[in-house]
Design a protein around this ligand. Structure first.
Ligand code: ADP
Ligand code: NA
Length: 324
């Protein structure tokens, strides 16, 4: 049985990229593996925001995990800040990580944009992410492609710690899906779908209403030719629609190309929109039911107990190895 860990930030509503690139792939693991799924609320503090909104978003994200299929009887679901081992281990690991390697993180360069006034938390966040994973002796981390570099850092830090102090950490493997690992913006298929995009036409939210979802797909930016072909370089918009359709329906991309060839882009857009609406409907229904109950609090309380149990030994070993 492998140990699986993954986390998501409660910084806004989840979008289709988060779901198709990450969350959807968490679900099958819980049938056979020992899974820890986390709302990484400490990460959300790297960019200043409203405290009440963060508390609310954290619970909403936890409910979305459950609505999407995470079963609290099979997997451990918890809030990162409810297990103080994360923050403590992050300090210890910051004394192993190098300034230079953190400066090379592309996400920091994108979000920080060289500004002197970004928080130091934004800079050291990949170290916190590394210990999130390492504290659980994680074997596998299901994530989208944008997390590849952070995973590489986690592996490097684990190896360095093991060499410099004691062999404590398992070296985790990223699990990036073949299709859907990088869902692109609907209004700009050259860039990944992101909740920090300038326009809401960029993304589809998991809890968005059906009419809005359809409108966004109908207006999805494609190209001026008519051929349906999978070519993310030359035909980013069409390739993105094919990827989305493939992940939500389970049909292969070649099969979809055959099905839509010669039928015009309009059909592909509408059918992709419909397939997404169908896939999200049960998630939205379960979410609405959960939001009316207070089930999530009990789930998170249980989860925090299990998370603390899972990490206490590794944290103690880490401290001892470092002379504390
Ligand atoms: P975001 O990147 O939207 O701020 P997170 O950092 O919390 O969200 O990412 C949660 C998960 O969603 C990660 O595994 C990440 O790789 C994945 N993800 C984010 N955006 C996309 C996307 N456009 N396509 C595929 N996966 C994505
Ligand atoms: Na991300």
């Amino acid at each position: 049985m492998a140990r699986v860990f993954s986390g998501m930030q409660p910084t806004g509503d989840l979008h289709l990229g988060n779901y198709l690139g990450a969350l959807k792939h968490f679900i099958p693991y819980q049938e056979k593996d020992d899974c820890y799924f986390c709302v990484v609320d400490l990460h959300a503090l790297t960019v200043p925001g409203d405290p009440e909104a963060l508390r609310k978003k954290s619970l909403e994200l936890a409910m979305l995990y459950v609505a999407a299929g995470v079963d609290p009887n099979k997997a451990t679901l918890f809030l990162q800040s409810n297990n103080s081992a994360h923050a403590e281990a992050a300090w210890l690991m910051q004394c192993v990580a190098k300034f230079g390697e953190l400066g090379r993180m592309t996400q920091f360069k994108d979000k920080g944009q060289g500004s002197e006034s970004v928080t130091t938390g934004l800079f050291t966040y990949p170290v916190l992410m590394a210990v999130d994973i390492l504290l659980y002796n994680t074997d596998e981390v299901p994530v989208g492609e944008d997390q590849k570099q952070h995973l590489e850092l986690a592996r490097n830090l684990a190896e360095r710690f093991n060499r410099q102090y004691e062999e404590i950490f398992t070296i985790p493997e990223p699990r990036i899906p073949d299709t859907g690992a990088r869902i692109m913006g609907l209004d700009n298929p050259e860039k990944k779908m992101s909740k920090s995009a300038a326009s809401p036409a960029n993304y589809v939210m998991l809890l968005e209403d059906e009419k809005t979802i359809m409108k966004k797909f109908k207006r999805a930016v494609t190209d001026s030719d008519t051929e349906i072909r999978f070519d993310p370089e030359q035909k980013a918009g069409i390739s993105n629609l094919l990827s989305i359709m493939s992940v939500v329906t389970g049909k292969s991309i070649p099969a979809l190309i055959e099905e839509y060839q010669g039928r015009g882009y309009g059909h592909l857009k509408v059918d992709t929109g419909e397939a997404v609406i169908e896939a999200l409907r049960p998630i939205q229904q379960r979410y609405q039911a959960l939001a009316k109950s207070n089930e999530i609090e009990a789930i998170l309380t249980q989860g925090a107990i299990k998370a603390r149990e899972a990490t206490s030994e590794t944290l103690a070993k880490m401290k001892h190895a470092m002379g504390l």
